[in-house]
Design a protein around this ligand. Sequence first.
Ligand code: PMP
Length: 427
Amino acid sequence: NRMARSEREMPPPARRQQARFEDLPEYKQVMTQKFASEQLGIANPFYRAHQTAAGATTVIDGRKLINFASYDYLGLNRHAEVLARARDTIGTFGISASASRLVAGERPVHVALEEKIADFYGVDAAVCFVSGYLTNVAAISCLMGPKDLVVHDEFIHNSALAGVKLSGATRRLFKHNDVADLEHVLRTVAGDYRRIMVIVEGIYSMDGDVADLPALLKLRAEYGFWLMVDEAHSLGVLGKTGRGLAEHFGVDPREIDIWMGTLSKTTSSCGGYIAGSEALVEVLKASAGGFVYSVGLAPVLAAAATTSLEVLEREPTRTAALRRNGALFLKLAKEAGLDTGLSSGFSVVPVLVGDSLRAVQLSNDLLAEGVNALPIIHPAVPEGLARLRFFITSDHTEEQIRRTVTLTAERLADLTERNFGLGGIDI
Ligand code: PMP
């Protein structure tokens, strides 16, 4: 037949060269950075291995350090009750859920955790996923599609961004924490969208400032969007009893359409959750790919997170201590002339230092003095807005905070005096 003949007459396809990982621009960038830091004699501040559970203090290379690089905001990672419950749960269920909850992975500890989260928030229902990152990807891509519009803060976390991209929805961003700009975007965006979602963070992870919930709700009444709040850095932090952004502003938590959070920070476990209405949770459990087609949260992690929430509820002094420490850090840093950017002084206080090289060197200088604080550099933030990011915990002592702020100001002044930075260095 004709098909077979034309196939016979076709010349063999030209051999296609396989792409090389070494040629990827990302690889070249990493190698350039490594080369530059070797030339300049600057140690890599990333992947420092901690030889203990990292909280207000940690151990690196056998040295005990003051630590400002842990998300264990309320010091629950080694809490006796959390550990005991985790051990019991391992005894009963082993480590893994071994399957999607839909098939053979459901355990009573999953439902207990979801009921606890819903109860803690004061909403109807919750569902948990195996990581915070996956929670954003799975939930956003499930709820939104190509006919929809997502408008998000320009500094939203990478996981939310990934979810929006996967959803195929039209994506617009608004200026950081600027509700007037959000309104401008909503007013001027062209197109007849099926649904609109607005995504913000309770406390922003890079800057430590707080979303303006009342203004967002006012806007929602007019534009009819779903409001999604990522509480990765505000659960257990904002509000007198740590219930987050709604408590901070005295707003009924049911007013917010989609609460999202991670179990890896305040609740010292691993996983993520969505909390809200019964219908929202039913939809996600039935059709979010990252829930349906992924293993259930490890039972031990579910039990640990539940116990952490119980302790947090019983001991609001932890939240109070964290807030006291955050406010003290911010106050001292400002008094020392440090640039803390937009931070409101709760869980996250950045100290802006200029370019990436300065941030890396400052981190290394502090390490030499016994303080572990990590730099955030380009491309995570624009070059010139590099910073050291200090995560405050309830376990930090006043002395640790004072010492850290003093050292940071001294070391930074030293770098400035030496005119240390990217300027003039050709890399
Ligand atoms: N959202 C925000 C704002 C975050 O900062 C993070 C992690 N740092 C995540 C989501 C993802 O959470 P997880 O690390 O638990 O995957």
